[in-house]
Design a protein. Structure first.
Length: 263
């Protein structure tokens, strides 16, 4: 089926095929033309969902009460379970719709005069229609259980119908006003954005210790100069600069600790 269906439809068919393993059929009634089955679908441990499946012998086709094939266009899990029970090896062509096949757009349809017929129907609209039909069918099934529910659903449908009519009429008025106005609608011109020169690659993010090391500068404790310490002092390194040192000057505390340690 992966070679026939499109990717999305094949994934949906795979899920239905897997769920069909949890469906069990029980023959309820059989006559010359039809067979009626009760399908027990195991949803959760201890929870069972019951559906009804009818097999038309003349047409050799199965119809399920969930109407999954009618809404989505692929066989539901209950029909797949029925085909597995009948030991059908390949899915019959009647259950494969052309619009879900990979070769759906490869065929060409011609009119009586020989002109090519182009499909202008959007596939998304068909999917939306199928989904909305299924939602409406579920609402109808739930509302028919009580008279109050049927009345409530009827009023809701009437309200929705009125809103849709007003929405369609307002859309028609807007189209007419646009046609009468012609090109009178204001044109909005969008200016080009300001050009900004890129600053290039940003610098590497430095850590906290690297920033502290950059802030801390060396200081010579003898001459109180910056950018070097007393061990790398150029004046102390040269012999001629030793006479410039003021011996009577007070020795810093760190120098005193150093001398005491050396002694």
């Amino acid at each position: 089926m992966a070679d026939i269906y499109t990717k999305g439809i094949f994934e949906m068919f795979e899920r239905e095929d897997f769920q069909s393993l949890l469906c069990f059929l029980e023959l309820v009634k059989e006559d010359d033309t039809h067979c009626r089955y009760k399908v027990n679908e195991r949803v959760e441990p201890g929870v069972t969902r019951i559906k009804e499946l009818v097999h038309d012998k003349d047409a050799d086709q199965a119809y399920c009460s969930c109407q999954g094939f009618e809404f989505r266009g692929i066989p539901c899990r209950h029909i797949i379970s029925f085909l597995r029970m009948k030991q059908v090896q390949y899915l019959p062509e009647k259950y494969i719709l052309k619009r879900w096949m990979k070769s759906a757009k490869s065929g060409v349809v011609f009119e009586n005069d020989g002109k090519e017929v182009k499909d202008c129907v959007d596939g998304c609209i068909l999917v939306k229609r199928s989904t909305m039909c299924k939602v409406a069918a579920n609402l109808i099934d739930s509302a028919l259980l009580s008279a109050e529910g049927s009345e409530l659903l009827q009023k809701t449908f009437d309200g929705i119908r009125g809103k849709l009519i007003r929405l369609a009429s307002s859309g028609a008025h807007v189209e007419e006003s646009n046609e009468e106005g012609g090109t009178s609608s204001p044109q909005v011109r969008i200016k080009d954005p300001h050009q900004v020169k890129s600053k290039g690659c940003s610098k590497r993010v430095k850590g906290r210790h690297e920033k502290e090391a950059e802030r801390r500068k060396r200081r010579c404790t003898v001459f109180m100069k910056i950018d070097h310490d007393r061990w790398r002092c150029p004046r102390l390194a040269s012999p001629s600069s030793s006479s410039d040192v003021d011996v009577s000057a007070p020795i810093p505390e760190n120098m005193q600790h150093t001398q005491e340690h050396t002694e």
